[in-house]
Design a protein around this ligand. Structure first.
Ligand code: ZN
Ligand code: MN
Length: 271
């Protein structure tokens, strides 16, 4: 039984997986970002990695090392880049890193590269990096496919109404709120301190941004809504719904069997 995590595999095992028909690697992307006084800085990276592993197990995929830094946190979705604890990449760095990693997995034989996003602000820059990589790969006659998704987009209406019985106010204010905290209570309970949750009303967001950021526009807690209603049970509902929905969607989208010869592995220099 080999690990689902690519960094735990030896090179020959990795090579056999990468070059097998229908091979699939999932790249988790997150951020290093403050998540209020009750949760750690790595929430976005941890949750994308955990969800990637749950999805990978349903489809025989492997999970790549995570992007643990993300694009700049913004006041209207992540509290803002000015908050202590938040360490971010520029757009060009995230685009270039995504391009390099996606192209490299494809060149090593993976037929499907899934980028699983766990940090709201990343999406368009991941998109650009993937687009550049796949355009270049196509020019080299590689038949691989890439897919980009953010995990919260797979929460269905029924699950939403169970997790937010008082009404759902939108994903943008879920930074450090019920969604992430419930998933963390399920997956990393030792890293959550519910006695430190600040109970405050949802942040009132303007439909515009201000530069430089005005710190008074972010709730003091650093969260955009309160996690006071987060529970392990809600975390389980979310994880099950998300894992099932992502797996089902990918099932019909992935390149199942290689239609073209497996590209030759480029030999790295000995180290
Ligand atoms: Zn987050
Ligand atoms: Mn985030």
């Amino acid at each position: 039984m080999t690990s689902v995590y690519l960094e735990e595999l030896d090179a020959p095992t990795y090579a056999a997986i990468a070059t097998s028909p229908g091979s699939t690697v999932i790249v988790p992307t997150g951020a290093t970002e403050q998540h209020g006084p009750h949760m750690p800085l790595g929430v976005d990276a941890m949750l994308s990695r955990d969800i990637a592993a749950a999805v990978a197990q349903t489809m025989g995929a492997v999970v790549a090392p995570s992007f643990s830094y993300g694009y700049k946190s913004q006041p209207r979705s992540g509290g803002g880049n000015h908050r202590i604890g938040t360490t971010s990449l520029s757009a060009t760095a995230l685009m270039a890193g995504t391009d390099d990693v996606v192209a490299s997995f494809m060149a090593q034989g993976f037929k499907n590269v899934i980028v699983l996003n766990g940090h709201f602000e990343n999406y368009q820059f991941l998109y650009e990096g993937i687009d550049k990589a796949t355009t270049r790969m196509r020019a080299n006659d590689l038949s691989a496919r890439a897919i980009l998704l953010s995990y919260w987009d797979f929460v269905d209406e029924d699950t939403l109404s169970q997790v937010f019985p008082e009404g759902f106010l939108g994903w943008d204010i879920e930074h450090g709120g019920v969604l992430e905290t419930s998933l963390m209570l399920l997956l990393h309970p030792q890293l959550v301190n519910m006695t430190r949750v600040v109970n405050h009303p949802p942040a009132s967001l303007t439909p515009y941004d201000i530069f430089p950021e005005d710190p008074s526009r972010t709730p003091e807690s650093g969260c955009l809504s309160s996690a006071v209603d987060a529970t392990v049970e809600r975390g389980q509902l979310l994880l099950d719904a998300i894992t099932t929905a992502i797996s089902r969607s990918l099932d019909s989208e992935l390149v199942a069997v290689s239609g073209s010869p497996v590209p030759e592995l480029v030999q790295g220099s000995p180290c």
